[in-house]
Design a protein around this ligand. Structure first.
Ligand code: ATP
Ligand code: LTN
Length: 333
């Protein structure tokens, strides 16, 4: 157990673009909900972000924006440790060690790699392939018990568990704590507004596919109005109507009401009603967060202070795990 004797919760988002409604409902909201029950570590994974090309200025700015968004969403930096991955070099160092205990076959089966490498075209960065190994290092460095993420990340956490168990078998059961994913019942997979069979993704080149957490109220309303629904006009929670189903899930994730009740409330109503109501709920969920994040984003001295303190704490904790690994493997330190 750690100093506080509480279980450890850890999670992160890539600062690869402005965060989306999917990131909020699938991940960050659950961090906020559970932050008082756990010892928490939340960070921006900028080393993961460079597995696809990033503009340096944009990357730096999006990193600050991500941290401002965590705080604006309700993460208390006095309680949780907030930091940026590149400021804690132990992540890259442990990733190398784990690379030597991870198999090509298992990495090749990762669906995120398959999707992203298809989009990357001819020159696929090796980093895109070994991306989940760096994620395993992120998690294992902090003796993490729980990782709150959206459904798309479950496979990566299973891989993290496999690597941890493999190394524990070789070097002792107390080398790594084996983590569990924490995936919400609703909101774990918000779909694109333009292609409701694909996940809403902050790196989607079509800006109408995602609601960004920086969108103004009017932009949010426009995007939802233009959301692809399906043919027909009856509002049902049916797999054959993924566009309608997505809007129902968004409503359910925001209000906490079960989807069946929401469907019942739309008896006899049209898709237009569903879109307008969903837009208003999204506006209510995003507006206060956006305004506070915009304010904090300008407060660089404050953000740098939070991050410096966070990186110090993170390095202390991560350094212990890394030293343990070096020792067990037989590497001189
Ligand atoms: P990118 O497009 O850059 O890959 P992304 O939008 O998929 O980014 P990530 O940084 O990969 O976001 O994910 C951050 C967290 O948000 C993860 O826990 C992930 O599972 C969650 N998440 C991402 N997209 C969604 C979504 N559409 N619905 C629910 N959760 C999501
Ligand atoms: N791969 C994750 C981001 C991520 C992460 C982590 C999430 C990197 N390291 C550690 C939880 C814990 C994604 O959402 N794409």
């Amino acid at each position: 157990m750690n100093a506080t004797n509480r279980k450890v919760m850890l999670s992160a988002v890539q600062p690869s673009n402005t965060l989306t409604l999917g990131n909020l409902l699938g991940a960050i909201r659950n961090w906020v909900k559970h932050q008082d029950d756990y010892e928490c570590w939340f960070f921006a994974v900028n080393l993961h972000a460079i597995t696809v090309r990033q503009d340096p200025t944009e990357l730096r700015e999006q990193t600050y924006r991500a941290v401002a968004t965590y705080i604006a969403a309700g993460i208390n930096p006095e309680h949780a440790t907030l930091f940026v991955q590149s400021q804690v070099p132990e992540h890259a160092e442990l990733a190398w060690l784990l690379n030597c205990y991870s198999y090509m076959g298992e990495l090749g089966r990762m669906t995120q790699f398959k999707d992203k490498s298809q989009k990357a075209g001819e020159n696929i960065a090796v980093g895109l392939f070994t991306y989940p190994v760096l994620m395993a290092a992120d998690i294992l460095l902090y003796d993490t018990d729980l990782v709150p993420v959206g459904a798309d990340q479950k496979q990566h956490i299973e891989l993290t568990r496999d690597i941890a168990i493999r190394m524990n078998n070789l070097y002792g059961e107390d080398l790594f704590r084996v983590p569990q994913p924490m995936i919400a019942q609703v909101g774990a997979k918000i779909m694109s507004l333009q292609d409701p069979t694909a996940k809403m993704s902050k790196s989607d080149p079509d800006p109408n596919a995602s609601v960004y957490l920086t969108d103004t109220d009017d932009v949010i309303r426009k995007k939802l109005k233009r959301a692809i629904t399906d043919s027909g006009n009856e509002i049902t929670d049916d797999d054959s109507k993924p566009g309608v189903k997505n809007l129902l899930s968004i409503q359910s994730a925001i209000t906490g009401k079960p989807i069946s009740g929401i469907v019942a409330s739309y008896a006899g109503k049209m898709y237009g009603h569903l879109k307008v109501d969903t837009a208003e709920l999204v506006v209510q969920a995003i507006a206060p967060l956006r305004d506070e994040a915009n304010r904090l984003y300008e407060e660089r001295t404050f953000l740098d202070q939070v991050l410096r303190k966070g990186a110090d704490r993170a390095r202390e904790r991560a350094g212990k795990t890394l030293a343990r690994c070096y020792d067990r493997i037989g590497l001189l330190k």
